[in-house]
Ligand binder design. Sequence first.
Ligand code: HEM
Length: 119
Amino acid sequence: MTDSLYQRLGGAQRIEAVVDDALDRHAVNPLLAPRFRGKDLPRLKVLGTQFFCAGSGGPQKYEGRDMRTAHAGMNASEQELIAAIDDFVAALQAQGVGQTEVNEVVAILYSFKGDVLRT
Ligand code: HEM
């Protein structure tokens, strides 16, 4: 059987580093920074890491809200979604993640479009 995405990414430590970097990028990305101003970034990093680990096949439990609830009322745009995915691509590449895995993560993030946009 093929290794899970979690295993191929290098497990919790690498995923935590990716999420940490991606959220730091969100915080200075002109397209996203206003959304994260005043938010508890350390808490979002913990939840984001849990979400990513659990969703890629890791043993972690995600303790945050579901995607529709977490993004309800934000009226987020497609441009913001692409900006968020771009930050993850940059963070994955900075961690040396291979193109096959980067492509898988992009597809998974895109699949949340219906839950995070304009709800
Ligand atoms: C690519 C799909 C996305 C995923 C998988 C995702 C994932 C998450 C997760 C796991 C949380 C924490 C949930 C919680 O607080 O309980 C969260 C919160 C948040 N997300 Fe996203 N997100 C996505 C897209 C976006 C976009 C496009 C924006 C920009 C508008 C955004 C802005 C936020 C903000 C501002 C919060 C904090 C909400 C709060 O605490 O009030 N997210 N997201």
